[in-house]
Design a binder for this molecule. Structure first.
Ligand code: CUA
Length: 152
């Protein structure tokens, strides 16, 4: 009957709308804020809006977000540059194996586990240069896996 046809047609429309909304939200990274802090597809960093382009970004409130990829055997970006007298929240992840992320002389010192995003906040006051080291054995190049944070 026509009634049944209309019912089916409207269901198709509703499913279509939901699919569109879901795709739009996920595609823009809006719906994933809650769980994206801790879990991420390690094979999908290239498509992740935070980690496809590792960087330091200034927020509307004047704080900074640093998106860092730790991979065999480097940190990206490197050197990482932040302004003096700034509050920086680091988000660090790995596409390959477990690494460490320690900014020597700060409270930033964490394991970096593929599939997870490590998040921590640090305040930088004076200008200076900090060494970054990987303190988890991650392979043959582990001992050379170093970076720098420049506070300018
Ligand atoms: Cu990366 Cu050790």
């Amino acid at each position: 009957s026509y009634e049944k046809l209309w019912l089916v047609a409207s269901m198709v429309l509703i499913v279509g709308f939901i699919a569109t909304v879901t795709y739009g939200a996920v595609g823009l990274g809006i719906a994933m804020i809650d769980d994206s802090e801790s879990s991420i597809d390690p094979d999908g960093l290239d498509e992740d809006e935070r980690f496809a382009d590792p960087r330091v970004a200034e927020m509307d409130d004047g704080t900074y977000e640093a998106y860092v990829v730790a991979e065999q055997y480097r940190f990206n970006p490197d050197p990482l540059e932040v302004p003096a007298n700034s509050t920086v929240t680091f988000h660090v992840t790995s596409p390959d194996v477990i690494h460490g992320y320690e900014i020597v002389g700060t409270n930033v010192n964490t394991m970096v586990i593929p599939g997870e995003v490590a998040t921590m906040t640090v305040e930088f006051e004076e200008p200076g240069e900090y060494g970054v080291v990987c303190n988890e054995y991650c392979g043959a190049g582990h001992h050379g896996m170093e970076g720098e944070v420049h506070v300018v």
